[in-house]
Design a protein around this ligand. Structure first.
Ligand code: SF4
Length: 408
């Protein structure tokens, strides 16, 4: 394999903690399934019209946190260490400061949360005001992830979003005034009727807000959404694939020039502001998901929580963690090795080979065998200081490389 000159910033290459220590931790995800209205493209487990259930839902979630924390304790009875907490949804910013504070307190009571833990809350621009943001910052939220999607008013309407472009700017200014120093903004491209010019304008206005992090997603028309119906009826035309690829390339170039680093396919950050919580997923490290429909990877098992909020609350009233029994899957070593490789190769850093070997007691080269040479000879891989990653050509081929490299 060829060694290459690094194109990865040092801050992403640091392997600060031994893998065996990281495997003993659990990141926490809390799902808040409420939205004012359903966006036309959304297939998340989230519901409009049930806002009065917020308080009983929070009470159920408090019980689940307590039960999950007790179950996750180490063999000697100590609380499980947690490095990150992520409030996702849905729209977590529809909860009150008091409700968020109770949920955070419950996490601290049930888990051993690091003093410098990254604590993220997803928020929608139309649901935020300065007083609320100041309260959330005070409660301990230190990273905000905003679903902005576009600066084009017409496209926001097409998507079914409730906020205006002005509210995005206002929300970021308010978050800064409230003391947030780590802000992510989500945008979408490849939208129906979206021109390259509209995408460039959105990026320009977004950059003017100087967020520390961007997540950029191409629209996927999911079954069961209004978009899916409209596309099938012929009343909505999805974005052109070639244009979509051009938009991605433009964004990468534009953000790179502005100092952002594309550390995962859909994610760009300024130095030190990559999402530690999402890296948990991409490094295939343990996490515990709580709340309706949340999924977990913990104790070599993947499992999902009951999706329907009413059933979720009912089962927690009986102090039972509401698992969907048919969706509990034991992850064997072979599977874990495959998943760790696949997820790692999606990141810019790739797989840290010494860490892989420490984790599984087997070198990566032994795991993939001769395939490694075949794929490397095709120029699809790069090797640098113990890291193995996709080459530029490998990234273009994406899934095909995984199929050729990883055992079935
Ligand atoms: S705000 Fe987010 S979670 Fe809620 S419906 Fe829209 S896309 Fe889905």
């Amino acid at each position: 394999m060829q060694a290459t000159t690094s194109r990865i910033p040092q801050f992403l290459l640091n392997t600060t903690e031994p893998i065996q220590d990281l495997l003993e931790t659990a990141s926490l995800y809390l799902h808040i399934p409420f939205c004012h209205t359903r966006c036309h493209y959304c297939d998340f487990n989230t519901y409009a019209g049930i806002l009065p259930l917020r308080e009983p839902y929070v009470r159920a979630l408090l019980t689940e946190i307590e039960l999950a924390g007790a179950k996750a304790r180490y063999a000697d009875g100590r609380k499980r260490r947690s490095r990150t907490i992520f409030f996702g949804g849905g729209t977590p910013s529809l909860l009150s400061i008091e409700q968020m504070t109770r949920l955070l307190d419950a996490c601290y009571a049930a888990f051993d949360v690091d003093a410098n833990a990254e604590i993220t809350m997803e928020a929608n621009p139309g649901t935020l005001d300065e007083g609320q943001l100041a309260g959330l910052r005070k409660a301990g939220i230190n990273r905000l992830s905003m679903g902005a999607q576009s600066f084009d008013a017409q496209l926001l309407q097409t998507l079914g979003r409730i906020h205006t472009p002005e509210e995005i700017t206002q929300a970021v200014h308010s978050a800064r005034a409230a003391g947030f120093t780590s802000i992510n903004i989500d945008f979408m491209f490849g939208l129906p009727g979206q021109s390259m010019q509209q995408w460039q304008d959105t990026l320009e206005q977004a950059l003017a807000l100087h967020p520390e992090h961007f997540s950029l997603y191409s629209l996927i028309v999911e079954e069961g959404t209004p978009f899916f119906t409209w596309v099938n009826e012929g009343t909505l035309t999805p974005g052109d694939e070639d244009l979509c690829a051009d938009m991605y390339e433009y964004a990468d170039d534009y953000l790179s020039k502005a100092g952002y680093y594309n550390y995962e396919i859909s994610n760009w950050s300024l130095p030190g502001h990559h999402s530690r919580h999402n890296l948990t997923y991409w490094q295939n490290l343990p996490y515990i998901g709580m709340g309706a429909g949340a999924s977990s990877f913990f104790n070599d098992q993947r499992y999902t929580i009951e999706r329907d909020p009413a059933t979720y609350m009912k089962r927690l009233k009986a102090r039972e963690i509401p698992l969907i029994e048919s969706e509990v899957e034991v992850v064997n070593k072979e599977q874990a090795m495959s998943e760790t490789s696949f997820l790692g190769l999606r990141t810019a850093m790739g797989i840290h080979l010494p860490t892989f070997e420490q984790r599984f007691g087997e070198p990566f080269s032994q795991f993939v065998g001769d395939r490694l040479h075949t794929v490397n000879d095709a120029g699809l891989l790069e090797f640098e200081d113990g890291w193995l990653r996709l080459s530029t050509r490998g990234r273009l081929l994406g899934n095909e490389v995984f199929v050729r490299l990883l055992p079935d």
